[in-house]
Write a protein that binds this ligand. Structure first.
Ligand code: DAH
Length: 362
């Protein structure tokens, strides 16, 4: 309660109300089904060695979310434009990597962490401020790689790639795969796994060999480790043919009942596609304007009735004033919206945007 009055707090009620929903713990929900399928893969390949955590609180310290996984002090992800702060020292975790350090420290060497994660972002059919990730970590001690002829890092990287290729194969079948070098603060080297699926390359997960500093700080000396993190919604959308990320939150029986078998292989049958309605809104922005803030205001008014918020025009006049025009798509997943309802929403959105964002409507 007190925290809500903290000046650093930027968590709206609509986001707070998602805490505790635990979609990933429902066996008949696509997110829970996917989690269970990944569990099965690790259980059968590592004879139950991976300890599973899916009930850790999403409210974590700034230290756990960022410092402990070596996210630089000036990294954009720390800004209050990207992350939800409960107070100056506490955030809604923006990734399940927030639990790596504490679990290593308590002695775990093989673990999977699944949970809801929170990010301020723009609005479209694949982005929602709450989604779910799974993190995996495996630690090796030196006698595991001495006989391999490889150094620890190469050994871990090789094992990582083999494990994750096996996982992708279990989920997607016999697909073409490729590894892309990338950067994460917590791993070196770092990779992304992509698969060729439905005629395009798709990113499946991020991973890498854990930075020694993380291991050493948490009592793992003479060790190497690998880690990965994957977004469950992204994968579930393609595996189950789910066209819009808002559907995961639907309580409509026509959605929920389709997953009652609790298995991979189910393809979602859209019950109906209701028509979208587009409304444009133009305004002069101020220096503090961000698209994430706009999206939060729109989501705060329209909730899950907003499908997309898209910048369609942007210019600066001779006086140096910048105008943005955004197109808002309203569409319910569950019913037709009336003109009156949409006009009311758009009116409320205009008012809220004007009063909260220091912009001048045109
Ligand atoms: N935390 C990363 C993210 O949210 C995902 C990730 C990448 C996790 C690499 C890892 C890792 O453990 O090694 O984008």
């Amino acid at each position: 309660m007190e925290r809500e009055n903290d000046p650093a707090n930027n968590v709206p009620d609509a986001i707070f109300s998602k805490l505790g929903m635990q979609l990933h713990r429902r066996d008949n929900h696509p997110i829970g089904i996917l989690k269970n399928a990944i569990y099965e893969y690790f259980d059968s390949n590592y004879s139950g060695k991976f300890v599973k955590f899916d009930d850790l609180s999403p409210i974590v310290s700034v230290k756990a979310n960022f410092d402990d996984v070596l996210v630089p002090a000036d990294h954009v992800s720390r800004s209050n434009n990207d992350t939800y702060y409960v107070d100056a020292q506490t955030v809604l975790r923006c990734h399940t990597s927030a639990h790596q350090a504490e679990l290593l420290k308590t002695g775990h060497s093989h673990f999977l962490v699944t949970g809801d994660v929170y990010r301020r972002d723009s609005i479209d059919s694949t982005h929602y401020p709450v989604f779910h990730q799974m993190e995996g970590v495996r630690v090796f001690c030196s006698d595991e790689w001495v006989d391999s002829g490889l150094d620890g890092t190469s050994y871990a990287a090789m094992d990582l790639k083999k494990s994750l290729e096996g996982l992708a194969k279990k989920l997607f079948g016999d697909v073409e795969m490729r590894w892309i070098d990338t950067y994460f603060p917590f791993t070196n080297p770092s990779f992304e796994l992509e698969i060729y699926f439905q005629e395009k390359w798709m990113e499946v997960l991020g991973c890498g060999v854990t930075e020694q500093e993380i291991l050493e700080r948490n009592g793992k000396i003479h060790s190497v480790a690998w880690a990965f993190g994957l977004g469950l919604e992204r994968l579930a959308m393609v595996l189950f043919d789910i066209p819009d990320i808002r559907l995961f939150w639907s309580t409509d029986q026509r959605f929920t009942s389709q997953f009652s078998e609790g298995k991979l292989g189910i393809k979602f049958k859209p019950f109906s596609k209701y028509p979208p309605c587009y409304k444009d809104m133009s305004f002069w922005i101020s220096d503090s304007f961000t698209e994430n803030n706009l999206c939060e205001v729109v989501r705060g008014i329209a909730g899950d009735l907003v499908e997309e918020v898209r910048l369609i025009d942007n210019f600066t006049n001779k006086k140096g004033m910048t105008s943005h025009c955004y197109r808002i798509a309203y569409r319910s997943m569950e019913r037709s919206l009336t003109d009156e309802e949409i006009n009311q929403l758009q009116g409320d959105v205009r008012e809220a945007v004007q009063s909260k964002l220091k912009v001048i409507l045109r």
